[in-house]
Ligand binder design. Structure first.
Ligand code: LLP
Length: 421
């Protein structure tokens, strides 16, 4: 079998390390399942992104939906990142970390009045509006608070991001944003909207995008709109390019962030406005693993199964997107044959799998496996299905690690059901 060794995860003397710590040591201390993240992977990726766009005025807003653990958010904001939030809960998380509201932006196709109110009360840098009705509601709520809300309009550029249909968001058929005609019409209403200041234009065309062309095509459409608005006397402060930069999970040929910048810079330089980016996955996916333990090996008819102690409730991506994640032993053993097996969890569904027909070294009861590339959209999509407790999260920094979220206790499962009927 092949082993995947993204930066900060590597084998030394047959042991998988996260930074300078053998994963087996963490496993023996805290058990499984657990998410293990490399802090320095996160930091390096952020710096690389930031550096790639140094020629223009830009701000990175870490899309914390990809991993909203407080310590992960703090890792990014400590080195200068802003935060993109998609709900009241994510906003409260960013505020709890102590992020300056002027470094927080809010997304969401279906914000409630409460969410809009909180965003305005806290003076967020901007709210991204996705419909005419929402813009009127923001104006109304801002008026009732005697404030002016800073608003960007999310445009749906009708561009094919060439990604999984569930995470493609910039096509005409998708629910997100408004078309360019509507955006123009709405921007032109500025003078009637006394409690809104339109500050920008926003897009997010999808996630796990592995070609630069869709970004360039969408950016072209948005810059034409910006120029058109300029000629109307409407000057925007920023263009928000959204997130979506893909990561390598298997053998996809992704683009380097430098190439992304080189493709976009000629266009962005002309706009003379601050450019925002909202990366999530790119900064963290390959900086995390899900640690799991082999429970059983079994054979059904002629098929091999390895049953592990984590399940679709811990990492949903393989079940819902048929997403590929490398799975490899935490400790490599000599003389183990490779087998072909489905790697599955204990949940009562056949959709509960991490890999199908996967070549993997024979692994025995009690041995640990690493499910790779699990830093993004792992823990935030975890649930309590089958009344399973959600896993612990660990952040490794050099030779040390910290538990940044403890494994749920059984009390967690009962605390909001205090009384029996
Ligand atoms: N900005 C907005 C408005 C978004 O909706 C998203 C992701 C991002 C930024 C960050 O996108 P990224 O850079 O991480 O691609 N659960 C799926 C991914 C859903 C993405 C949703 N929106 C998965 O596991 O693949």
């Amino acid at each position: 079998m092949e082993y995947f060794e993204p930066d900060y995860f590597h084998y030394k003397n047959n042991q998988l390390y996260c930074e300078e710590l053998p994963v087996q040591e963490i496993a023996e201390d805290i058990g499984s399942p657990a998410y293990i993240y490399s802090k320095n992977y996160f930091i390096d990726r952020y710096k690389e992104f930031d550096e790639a766009f140094k020629e223009i005025k830009h701000t990175i807003f870490y899309a914390c939906k990809s991993n909203f653990n407080l310590s992960v958010i703090k890792t990014f904001t400590d080195i200068g990142s802003g935060v993109d939030v998609n709900s009241e809960g994510e906003l409260l998380r960013a505020l709890k970390v102590g992020v300056d509201p002027q470094k927080i932006i809010m997304s969401g196709v279906g914000k409630t009045s409460e969410e809009i109110k909180l965003a305005i009360e806290k003076d967020l840098l901007m709210i991204k509006a996705e419909s005419e009705e929402e813009i009127f509601l923001i104006n109304e709520i801002a008026a009732s608070l005697n404030k002016t809300a800073r608003v960007a309009i999310r445009v749906n550029p009708d561009v094919d991001a060439q990604t999984h249909p569930y995470i493609s968001t910039g096509l005409a058929e998708n629910k997100f944003g408004v078309d360019t005609e509507t955006a123009l019409k709405l921007f032109r209403k500025q003078k009637d909207l006394k409690n809104i200041k339109f500050t920008g234009i926003d897009m997010h065309i999808g996630s796990q995008i592995i070609k630069v062309e869709p970004f360039v095509e969408a950016a072209k459409k948005l810059s034409e709109l910006i120029l058109q608005l300029k000629s109307d006397g409407i000057f925007l402060e920023h263009l928000d390019m959204g997130g979506g930069v893909g990561s390598t999970y298997n053998n996809e040929k992704t683009f380097a962030v430098k190439d992304f910048a080189n493709a976009l810079l000629p266009l962005l330089k002309k706009l003379e406005c601050d450019v925002f980016f909202e990366p999530g996955r790119y900064l963290i996916a390959n900086g995390g693993i899900l640690l799991t333990k082999v429970l059983y090996n079994k054979k059904n008819h002629d098929k091999n199964f390895i049953v592990v102690d984590s399940a679709m409730n811990d990492l949903l991506r393989p079940s819902i997107y048929s997403a590929y994640h490398h799975i490899q032993p935490v400790v490599l053993k000599n003389n183990r044959k490779d087998i072909v097996a489905d790697i599955v969890g204990p949940v009562c569904e056949s959709g509960d799998f991490f890999a199908k027909k996967r070549e993997i070294a024979q692994s025995n009861h009690g041995e640990y496996l690493a499910i790779m590339s699990a830093g993004a959209y792992g823990m935030p999509m975890a649930s309590n299905y089958n009344s399973r407790r959600r896993p612990a999260e660990v952040l490794v920094d050099g030779k040390n690690y910290k538990i940044i979220r403890s494994r749920e206790t059984f009390d967690h499962l009962f605390f909001d059901e205090p009384e029996l009927i």
